[in-house]
Design a protein around this ligand. Sequence first.
Ligand SMILES: Nc1ncnc2c1ncn2[C@@H]1O[C@H](COP(=O)(O)OP(=O)(O)OP(=O)(O)O)[C@@H](O)[C@H]1O
Ligand SMILES: [Mg+2]
Length: 271
Amino acid sequence: MELLRANNLSKTYHTERGWLAAKLPPVQAVSQVNLSLAPGENLGLVGESGCGKSTLARLLMGLEKPSSGQVFYRNMEFTYWKQRQMQSIRGKVQMIFQNSLAAFNPLFTIEQIVDEPLRNYGWNNHKARQSRVVETLERVGLGSGYLKRLPHELSGGQLQRVGIARAIALQPELVICDEPFSSLDMTLRKQMIDLLQELKRELSLAYVFITHDLSIVHRLCDSVAVMYQGEIIEKLSGADLLLDAKHSYTRTLVASVPIQDPRQRETFNYM
Ligand SMILES: Nc1ncnc2c1ncn2[C@@H]1O[C@H](COP(=O)(O)OP(=O)(O)OP(=O)(O)O)[C@@H](O)[C@H]1O
Ligand SMILES: [Mg+2]
């Protein structure tokens, strides 16, 4: 059974603020997107800035309603569900954001941040919650020494680990990652990808991985969808992306990957 499916999903934003409203044309952020994801599958979503990746992620998460189209979780349509109904699948689909510092409540301790989804989704036993929080933080490489710290007291890499902990605390089936490591240096990025791969093995997770970094797609993803101006213009298997890209936009994207090892450059110069 498919884990997630999108049928002809579209989202148009109409700006209605102030006297400019009449003059601004609507923005078609996502246009007629069809997607499906199997349990345990890793799907990469790439495309230039502003092409609609984050909007699509919010639609798939049910955080925003589409203008048209449908979204399904395990064959259950949740397109127009109210927040309360969404709770039944929220625990199963989680998200990691690009900038955790902005996504977290700055007054919450790390313990409260990781505890919040557990509290929201029916974990009433305080002791059980506490041990799940500690266990999850340890799982992402942060000991219990971080429990009482505030977000601004952590480094970028540590914050992203907290973001991962918060996303996996409820043991979801799918994690949507919206450029989670773009602010980290290469060494940290590699550590985080290793961590996501470990978690995938342990929890049988599926990922939708939004990124500009095609080397991440190559390492982590079974397939990749290329987005351009709101549409998915090409779908390829992860390994084929570098060799099989048909669309000129995808080829430009591949050509822009910096290759550090000169011996590998030839493989990328096929275009
Ligand atoms: N709430 C909103 N109201 C109006 N327009 C929006 C809103 N959210 C996004 N947009 C517009 O929709 C388009 C797609 O934005 P989106 O954030 O999904 O792009 P993105 O692919 O995630 O870009 P980036 O790679 O820079 O994060 C953009 O033109 C953006 O300005
Ligand atoms: Mg975005």
